[in-house]
Design a protein around this ligand. Structure first.
Ligand SMILES: Cc1cc2nc3c(=O)[nH]c(=O)nc-3n(C[C@H](O)[C@H](O)[C@H](O)COP(=O)(O)OP(=O)(O)OC[C@H]3O[C@@H](n4cnc5c(N)ncnc54)[C@H](O)[C@@H]3O)c2cc1C
Length: 445
């Protein structure tokens, strides 16, 4: 029997889809819109035992498998090549338990992030992971990409909120360590190895996530600033005066593109959304006015106000306005972000005069996002922009991916951020955990 027939026999036709049904289910591309090929089959196992069985069959047949979560990734990591099988976690979802004593949630990998957030809130806790794709991305995908997002400045990345993990290796072996303890020094920490492994080392099936107290007295403001020095000054002041939950900066062109004129009729050179918990925001803003750091600010008087501010940052999706865009998410020393933006803008305009670039980011975490619109762009155009963005970030001491991961889109540039020895160690780990090379081949390395 061939691999697909064996998978169909083992999982049943409902959980191993082939043929025309696949097109309707749209497993062709993640949110980078770079995927071209449908999988040979889409596996939808509903239990850890079925995931293990599916991988064991694929391993025996040397059948490549691409783990798929909510398909909101921006690095092409969940896209299939011709002949790959996709393994979706969508049917293995749900919160299994909330442990109020440990402050932990035991959750299945296919659970949509927003569902997990709501479950935590219903139990009186905060799940401190949040990103714009919350309505579609899955916990497994969040862990596999070590997602960052909007709360990193307060609570860290997904990795920092991961207490325990269960995953299935390429040959079907289940590695289960659903620990609820914060202290656990029992050998190599596979949690940290698998977080950010982008589906290349194992399929994540369940996790124990840390919960935090619900924040009290959350306050939100959007501030107008004259220059990047003022952004840095506001950041320093805020770090010492208040408990920051978010610090998100937008350069003028991004702010205008995303409907910022609804908030400030004259577009400021920089705007920053500051969100705090525990009070003190208005005092902070008064100090910032007195010190000449900000020249205007709107303070949210209701959740609806705060949502209006956030909509500009994340809701009014620029993809809707710009069909041909390439996304970048670099990390670099926070003080260099504007020099980087200026250098990129000039170099991109010289190389591709019709291109427009827009800058924004989780600047409190040294994470800058760039969207480059290149009308009717070709692969060569994208490569030219990649080279500009990544050469400059390397020269300024940054790295090519802050949070979206490497996937396929940044694979050829990984050497800009990691040394030859590190890459060799990564290849050795990959070979040890997936000797047949069936898990998400062609991604990351
Ligand atoms: C509007 C928008 C806003 C975003 N904002 C942010 C942001 O602020 N911060 C951020 O970090 N990202 C952001 N992203 C990117 C994306 O949402 C994250 O990378 C997210 O974590 C991907 O989750 P997913 O379930 O959609 O994964 P997918 O896109 O399905 O997969 C991503 C990678 O993980 C692997 N994978 C998925 N599930 C598993 C599993 N169970 N086991 C093993 N591997 C698996 C895939 O093979 C692939 O390599 C944003 C995307 C959009 C569209």
């Amino acid at each position: 029997m061939d691999a697909i027939s064996e998978l169909q026999a083992a999982l049943g036709p409902e959980a191993c889809l082939t043929g025309p049904t696949l097109d309707a289910i749209a497993h062709r591309s993640d949110a980078s819109a770079t995927g071209r090929d449908l999988p040979l089959a889409l596996l939808r196992p509903g239990s850890v035992a079925e995931i293990s069985m599916a991988l064991e069959i694929c391993h025996r047949h040397h059948q490549p498998v691409v783990p798929q979560g909510g398909m909101t990734g921006l690095a092409g990591g969940a896209n299939c090549r011709p002949g790959d099988v996709a393994l979706s976690l969508a049917r293995f979802d749900g919160v299994e338990e909330i442990d109020p004593f440990a402050g932990a949630m035991i959750i299945r990998a296919g659970t949509v992030l927003e569902t997990a957030q709501n479950a935590a809130e219903d139990a009186g806790f905060l799940l401190p992971i949040d990103l714009g794709a919350r309505g579609s991305c899955q916990i497994g995908g969040n862990i596999a990409t070590n997602a960052g997002g909007l709360r990193v400045i307060r609570h860290g990345t997904v990795r920092d909120n991961l207490l325990g993990l269960e995953a299935v290796q390429a040959d079907g072996t289940v590695l289960s360590h659903l620990s609820r303890m914060q202290k656990n020094n029992t050998g190599y920490d596979l949690r940290h190895l698998l977080a950010g492994s982008e589906g290349t080392l194992a399929v994540i099936t369940r996790a124990v996530l840390r919960l935090r107290p619900l924040p009290k007295n959350v306050e939100t403001a959007i501030c107008a600033l004259e220059g990047y020095d003022a952004v840095l000054a506001l950041m320093s002041l805020a770090r010492t005066e208040v408990t920051l939950c978010a610090f998100e900066a937008m350069w003028a062109d991004y702010f205008e593109l995303c409907g910022g004129r609804r908030l400030f009729a004259d577009i400021p050179p920089f705007t920053v959304i500051v969100e705090t918990e525990g009070g003190g925001l208005e005092t902070l803003l008064e100090r910032a006015f007195e010190d000449g750091i900000i020249f205007d600010a709107l303070v949210a008087r209701s959740r609806a106000d705060a949502r209006r501010f956030w909509e500009v940052r994340e809701g009014a999706l620029p993809e809707a306005h710009l069909p041909d865009i390439a996304n970048f998410d670099v990390s670099l020393p926070i003080a260099s972000a504007d020099s980087y933006a200026r250098a990129c803008r000039v170099a991109i305009a010289e190389a591709l005069p019709s291109a427009r670039s827009f800058f924004f980011g989780h600047i409190g975490d040294s994470n800058l996002h760039i969207m480059v619109e290149v009308p009717g762009y070709s692969d060569a155009d994208v490569h030219a922009v990649d080279r500009i963005a990544y050469d400059i970030v390397r020269d300024m001491g940054g790295v090519i991916s802050a949070e979206h991961g490497i996937g396929t889109l940044k694979r050829d540039w990984l050497g800009h951020s990691r040394g030859a020895g590190e890459l060799a160690a990564m290849r050795a780990i990959k070979a040890a955990l997936d000797p047949a090379g069936i898990l998400n081949p062609g991604k990351v390395l």
